[in-house]
Each structure stands twice: as structure tokens, then as C-alpha cells.
Design a protein around this ligand. Structure first.
Ligand SMILES: Nc1ncnc2c1ncn2[C@@H]1O[C@H](COP(=O)(O)OP(=O)(O)O)[C@@H](O)[C@H]1O
Ligand SMILES: [Mg+2]
Length: 239
């Protein structure tokens, strides 16, 4: 469960008026695909970065599966290793890919989690099979297509086995076929692996994929309910 308790955030600490988020509270269950929508600048990416521990809130508290993400984004495991709590995937894969080759990129996050070499091989082997990257492992990342880069980003986060996946406008640059693949994948992961999924999207076509919808307007949460209760005309003005 992701819990936001009266979370406020401003980028510029000196400017007391410019809150990117204003006293946002919500509780999100696992097992649903949660959509976050709202116009440009409404605070969606800020919520994503706070939930994944990249930004610390100016005030308020965030718990992800009981862990206080305001203090750390990776938590200790039973076996002395560390675990990523919530992984975030950005719209533009080029900003996220760090390795020179596909294999290096997949190894990067695991190295940060201090996974042993032997474990790393097992994990990279498994994830590259799942994402159709086996034949690309030695390939320089700049030779990948846009869709392949997107899949590499998702694989690079999934290989760390986070409890939550947060996608910030993942489908914006995808062609219709890759978008369909993306959604098939998301549904599968959500059902089979008990991973919580949050997807930020501005695309009307993605609306029907969400089980629950959060609507942001000007840093405030203005709707949080099952998507069956969402009535688009009510929010036309803020989207
Ligand atoms: N790095 C930043 N520095 C200063 N202000 C920012 C920064 N990133 C976002 N903002 C501001 O915070 C508000 C929320 O932005 P953001 O969360 O990116 O919105 P969204 O993802 O919904 O477009 C906007 O007013 C935006 O201009
Ligand atoms: Mg954004």
C-alpha cells in the first residue's frame, strides 16, 4: 500500500507560494492499475518522484508497504542485501539508460543493490528472456530502437524486483503496437507478481486501462476513486 499523508512539496524553498503539491493525501492498494492524470504542471511527476523516494516532501509523510520512503528508497532485506521499494520509469528512455551495452545497463541497478556476481547472472538471464533482450545483451544501447529502449528501461527496473512500479508517461512516445505490448505487460505483472502499478498518462486511450484514477489539478488531488466512478466531463476543465 502507498500512503501519502498530507504531503506538500515546493521546488523553490524560498518562494512560499509556489507549491507543486498541496496537502495531498491518498491510500493506494496493490493489485490495481492506478492511473494519474491532470494537465501539464498539475503535479503528477512530482507525486511520482516523491513516491519513489527521489524527492523528499517539504512536509507530510509517505509510507510504501510500511516503509518510510522519506528516509530511504531501498530497504534492508532478511538476507542482508537491500531492496528497491518503488522503481520509477520515465518517459524518455535516454534519460534513464546508463550502461554502454544492454547487459551493462541491466547490471547497473543490481550492482547498486550489492547483488553478488553469480546472482546477477541468474537475474539478468531471467529478465532478458522475459523482455526479449537475450540476443541484444552485447548490443550498444544507442543501436536500440525506441521500443527496445523502453523495454530495456522497464527490464532494468524490474530486475531489481521492486514492490511498486511507477511509470511517468511511458506510452507517450510509443507506437500503437508497442503501446499495446506495454499494457499487456503491465496487466500481467500486476496480476502475477503482486507488484503495485502506477501509470501517469495524458492519453485518453489509456483511461480504459486504469482500475483506479487519481486526478491532479494545480498541485491538489481532486479525484481518487475506481475508474468506473470517473466521469470525464466533470474534469474536462482541468485536463
Ligand atoms: N525542477 C523543477 N524546479 C522548479 N519547479 C518545478 C520543477 N519541476 C516541476 N516544477 C513545477 O512544479 C509544478 C508541478 O510539476 P510536475 O509535477 O512536473 O507536473 P506534471 O508532471 O503534472 O506536468 C509545475 O508548476 C512545475 O512548473
Ligand atoms: Mg510530468
Amino acid at each position: 500500500m502507498i500512503l501519502f499523508e498530507c504531503v506538500s512539496f515546493r521546488y523553490n524553498q524560498n518562494n512560499k507560494t509556489s507549491f507543486a503539491l498541496k496537502e495531498v493525501s491518498f491510500e493506494l492498494p496493490k493489485g490495481e492499475v492506478i492511473g494519474v492524470i491532470g494537465s501539464n504542471g498539475s503535479g503528477k511527476s512530482t507525486v511520482a518522484k516523491i513516491a519513489s523516494g527521489l524527492l523528499k516532501p517539504t512536509s507530510g509523510r509517505i509510507l510504501v508497504d510500511g516503509a518510510n520512503i522519506t528516509e530511504y528508497r531501498i530497504s534492508p532485506n532478511q538476507n542482508n542485501s537491500v531492496k528497491l521499494i518503488a522503481g520509477i520509469i520515465f518517459q524518455n528512455p535516454d534519460n534513464q539508460i546508463v550502461g554502454t551495452t544492454v547487459e551493462e545497463d541491466l547490471a547497473f541497478g543490481l550492482e547498486n543493490l550489492q547483488v553478488s556476481n553469480s546472482q546477477m547472472h541468474v537475474k539478468i538471464d531471467g529478465i532478458s528472456k522475459r523482455f526479449g533482450l537475450v540476443d541484444l545483451l552485447k548490443r550498444p544501447v544507442h543501436e536500440l530502437s525506441g521500443g527496445q529502449k523502453q523495454m530495456l528501461c522497464i527490464a532494468g527496473i524490474m530486475v531489481m524486483e521492486p514492490s511498486w512500479l511507477i511509470f511517468d508517461e511511458p506510452t507517450a512516445h510509443l507506437d500503437p503496437w508497442s503501446r499495446r505490448d506495454f499494457w499487456l505487460y503491465v496487466k500481467e505483472v500486476c496480476k502475477e507478481r503482486n507488484v503495485g502499478i502506477i501509470v501517469i498518462s495524458q492519453l485518453p486511450g489509456d483511461l480504459e486501462e486504469f482500475d483506479r484514477i487519481l486526478v491532479f489539478n494545480n498541485g491538489e488531488l481532486v479525484f481518487n476513486d475506481k475508474s468506473s466512478s470517473y466521469n470525464r466531463p466533470d474534469f474536462e476543465a482541468v485536463l
